[in-house]
Design a protein around this ligand. Structure first.
Ligand SMILES: Cc1ncc(COP(=O)(O)O)c(C=O)c1O
Length: 284
């Protein structure tokens, strides 16, 4: 059998929780990091591989967090480790806008291949998910000459000012941090667990389109920002598996009837893989 993992895939607890090394790190942290940056676990990671994460006291835990579900490629996948080590041995930063390099182009090519849709694509890379979403909104506004951005109930898009406005939940993301950017409109999205049991995906999409048409006016809409599967909002899988085919169809119909014109811009978060549709923001 091929050995897949560097670390034993075992849960191993050595004694106290948290152990003495993690407790000491916790004290250093309290003196150096603001209390508002909270962590779910009081132990400090030193290694991770496959399904386990090892803490500073040598305890081995089942890694149920996985970077909030974004390290789907693995915590220390050998190919990723090797590629990063090779890259930083040559240079850590040139700024692509000053001196370009092949790695940027190769990542863009891969994203164009992996993201949904069979049309000509281009990709641009940013430092974080929130910055990617902000820039997609800027691009959509500049391209359409319109202002309104439609987002959904329970959506999460980040912690910068614009993405806080796009995000639904007040606490802990927005409370006390306003005022927020204007021209953001919230619409309902399919939520099979809470919608009427008789409501199917098509009806839920129609409800969304009706809100857009009636409350905003589709001719003012620059972009619709959508998580195909909502994450922070409660892991909501919309009706009919993926909402995209029927929603895209309805958006197209709305385009014909009311001059709504959208071209899809996919925003994949820094660590995200589009295959899972989690951490993917689609912007029409
Ligand atoms: C759907 C979605 N959009 C945006 C973001 C923000 O990404 P970042 O934290 O890299 O700014 C996240 C982060 O979890 C996310 O899940």
């Amino acid at each position: 059998m091929v050995e897949m993992y560097r670390l034993p895939q075992d849960i191993k607890l050595t004694g106290e929780f948290p152990g003495p090394v993690s407790r000491a790190l916790g004290q250093r942290r309290s003196a150096a990091v603001p209390a508002s940056v909270a962590s779910g676990m009081p132990v400090y990671a030193v290694d991770a591989d496959g399904g386990v994460i090892v803490d500073a006291d040598g305890n081995s835990w089942a890694d149920l967090g996985s970077g909030i579900a974004v390290t789907s490629v693995g915590a220390s996948a050998p190919k990723v480790v090797q590629a990063v080590q090779e890259a930083v041995a040559h240079f850590t930063h040139t700024c692509f806008m000053v001196t370009p390099y092949e790695g940027y182009v190769a990542v863009a090519e891969k994203l164009n291949e992996l993201t949904p849709g069979n049309f000509e694509k281009r990709s641009v890379l940013f430092n974080s998910g929130a910055e990617a979403v902000e820039n997609a909104v800027k691009i959509a506004r500049a391209a359409t000459g319109r202002n309104a951005v439609v987002v959904f109930d329970h959506a999460y898009h980040g912690r910068t000012n614009l993405t806080m406005a796009l995000t639904a939940k007040a606490a802990p993301y927005k409370k006390g941090f306003g005022p927020f950017a204007p021209e953001i409109y919230r619409a309902p999205m399919s939520y099979p667990y809470r919608d009427e049991p008789t409501m199917d995906g098509k009806e839920a999409a129609q409800r969304t389109i009706d809100v857009i048409e009636k409350q905003i006016g589709s001719e003012y809409v620059a972009a619709i920002v959508l998580e195909p599967i909502q994450g922070e909002g409660g892991f909501i899988v919309p009706a009919e598996g993926s909402c995209l085919p029927w929603f895209r169809g309805l958006v197209r119909r709305a385009s014909c009837s009311s001059r709504m014109r959208f071209s899809p811009v996919s925003v994949v978060l820094a660590n995200g893989l589009p295959a899972s549709m989690m951490g993917l923001n689609l912007i029409w």
